[in-house]
Design a protein around this ligand. Structure first.
Ligand code: NAP
Length: 290
């Protein structure tokens, strides 16, 4: 068996196009563009690339991108004061503070300061709580992108056995919540799990968010299972995921490649969340296709 390769780039392009159409209707209704403010602290090269790509995608979808760059030695009060200004600015619908932050800054204090209704990254505890109890809020972009890919490939996920490998606040935990919302039977495994392979072997859906190259072995995967590889690992061989891709492609039913799988969906979902925020704030109907 050779798996269907899930083309994250194509799915992301289609989502960005749908958001672009929604944004046109939003602008026609309100006379303004949705606005996303991105705050970058310091000179970290990878973060700078992420911020640049987010800005480009925002503008391409017809929205306003407002970038704030602060020096690496900025103090916490200055950063919190900027967040307060962005919270109060009616032209700003989404606020994203690029992580990681320098050590003198308490990340949790910054995330918690963002207005939950502008928290398009979905990291605020209020949005984590909303997801847990089933109230509309903002869902972190990477797991949201994963569940969109799964639904596009599998249709209904109801009743599927799903395993999430990893329990971080930005990927693993919200991923498990989203799969539960889709009525999967969800198992979360982590570094203290006694036998990860046993759980993966029973799964119809495997989401790997570990950060270890090739961690998920092909002989763990149930034939025909759908495999979503969130991992982004820089190795001498280039960018690789958390799954032994060459082996897994022979046994799974469908699989995301790295790169070109989950990654492009993350930015598309950020654009989507910003559009949704703008609509909610202005009382404009959200396009159900988005
Ligand atoms: P993280 O915060 O480091 O979490 C990794 C998780 O993996 C932890 O819960 C950890 O368990 C678990 N783990 C570590 N070793 C394990 C083992 N031997 N067996 C089972 N579980 C193990 O990482 P993250 O932020 O969730 O990111 C995970 C990966 O996704 C990384 O490669 C990251 O670069 C990538 N990522 C990609 C995107 C994207 O857009 N595609 C976005 C975000 C992250 P414990 O909790 O017990 O320590």
């Amino acid at each position: 068996m050779t798996a269907t390769i899930i083309d994250g780039k194509a799915h992301a392009a289609a989502l960005r196009a749908r958001v672009g159409t929604g944004v046109e209707a939003f602008v026609a209704a309100t006379g303004r563009k949705p606005g996303l403010a991105v705050v970058l602290v310091g000179e970290d090269a990878a973060s700078a690339v992420y911020v640049r790509n987010k800005g480009k995608a925002t503008v391409a979808a017809g929205m306003a991108s407002i970038e704030h760059r602060l020096s690496a030695d900025v103090d916490q009060d200055t950063l919190l004061a900027l967040v307060d200004r962005l919270n109060a600015d009616p032209a700003i619908d989404g606020i994203l503070v690029q992580l990681p932050l320098p050590t003198q800054i308490d990340e949790r204090a910054v995330i918690t300061r963002i207005d939950p209704d502008k928290d398009v990254d979905g990291f605020h505890p209020v949005n984590a709580g909303r997801l847990a109890i089933g109230i509309d809020g903002f869902v972190p972009c990477t797991p949201l992108g994963c569940v969109m890919l799964l639904k596009a490939v599998c249709g209904s996920l109801s009743g599927a056995e799903a395993v999430v490998i990893g329990r971080s606040n930005i990927v693993g935990k919200p991923m498990a919540q989203l799969l539960l919302r889709e009525s999967c039977t969800v198992t979360t495994v982590h570094s203290r799990t006694r036998d990860v392979a046993v759980h993966v072997r029973a799964a119809d859906i495997v989401v790997a968010a570990v950060g270890i190259p090739g961690f998920v072995r092909a002989d763990w995967i149930k034939p025909g299972a759908t495999v979503i590889d969130v991992g982004i690992n820089r190795t001498v061989a280039g960018l690789v995921g958390d799954v032994d891709y060459a082996g897994a492609v022979e046994v799974s039913g469908a699989i995301t490649p790295v790169p070109g799988g989950v990654g492009p969906m993350t930015i598309a979902c950020l654009i989507r969340n910003t559009y949704v925020s703008a609509c909610r704030r202005e009382g404009v109907a959200i396009d159900p296709a988005i």
